[in-house]
Design a protein around this ligand. Sequence first.
Ligand SMILES: *[C@@H]1O[C@H](CO)[C@@H](O)[C@H](O)[C@H]1NC(C)=O
Ligand SMILES: *[C@@H]1O[C@H](CO)[C@@H](O)[C@H](O)[C@H]1NC(C)=O
Length: 224
Amino acid sequence: MAISYRAGLALLVLAAAVLMASAADPDPLADFLLPGLTGAEVTGANFAFRRLDNVTVPPGQGSATKSANAATFPAVTSQGVSYTFIDYAPCGQNPIHTHPRGTELLFVVVGQLYVGFVDTNNTLYATTLNAGDVFVFPRGLIHFQQNTSPRKPAKALAAFNSQNPGTQRIGSALFLPTGIPTSIEQVAFNAKASTIEAIKQNFPPSGNAVGTEKTGCGPSGFFP
Ligand SMILES: *[C@@H]1O[C@H](CO)[C@@H](O)[C@H](O)[C@H]1NC(C)=O
Ligand SMILES: *[C@@H]1O[C@H](CO)[C@@H](O)[C@H](O)[C@H]1NC(C)=O
C-alpha cells in the first residue's frame, strides 16, 4: 500500500509523540525480578528495605541521603520506582542537582524547607514547604532544597518514577577537580580564571557545604 508523503510524515510525528510519551522506565515483563535469585529463593523479606530513615548528616555537611533504588534494593528492579530519604542539618541544603531519569515527589516529614526548580526557560519556581507538604520536581530539571532553620534539622522522603533516577550535582560537575576545566568555564561564565579557581579551591570535596546564620538558610537568609 502506497502512502502519501503527507500521511507518512503524520505517522512519523505520531510515532515520535508516542515514543516521547513512553520515555520512562519500561513496563515490567514479569510480576517481579530479583537479579541473581531464582523464584524458590525469594521471600517476603526480599521486598523490604529496612530503616531507610536511618541517615545521619556528617559534621560540616549540609545533608545526607539514603536511597532504596535498583542498586541498593533489588526488589524495585523493573518496577519503575525508588525512594530516597534525606536528612538536612540546620541550614543544610540538598545542593543544586538534577535527576536525568526521574520525576521526583518530595514529602516533608519534619521541619521546613525552601525548595525550587528552574525550567528550560530559566524561570524559577520556588516555595516554602512545611511538614506534611508535597512538592513535585519535573524530570530532569535543576532543583534544590534548603532547611530554613538555623537550629532544627529537617527530614524528607523523595519518591521517583524510576528504579534508577540518577543524581547529577551541578556544583560538583563544575567545580570538583574531575569537573569541567577552568579554561572552558572562564568563557562559559565570562569570568576571570582566578575567579573560577577561587570557587574550586573552596569547593568542599563532599559537594555539599552547610549554610550558617550568616550565609543564610532561605531565599534571603530568612529564619522562621
Ligand atoms: C543505622 O546505620 C548505622 C550505620 O550507618 C548502623 O550502625 C546502625 O545499626 C543503624 N541503626 C538501625 C536502627 O538500623
Ligand atoms: C519565558 O520567560 C519569559 C520571561 O523571561 C516570558 O516572557 C516567556 O513567556 C516565557 N516563556 C514560556 C514558554 O514560559
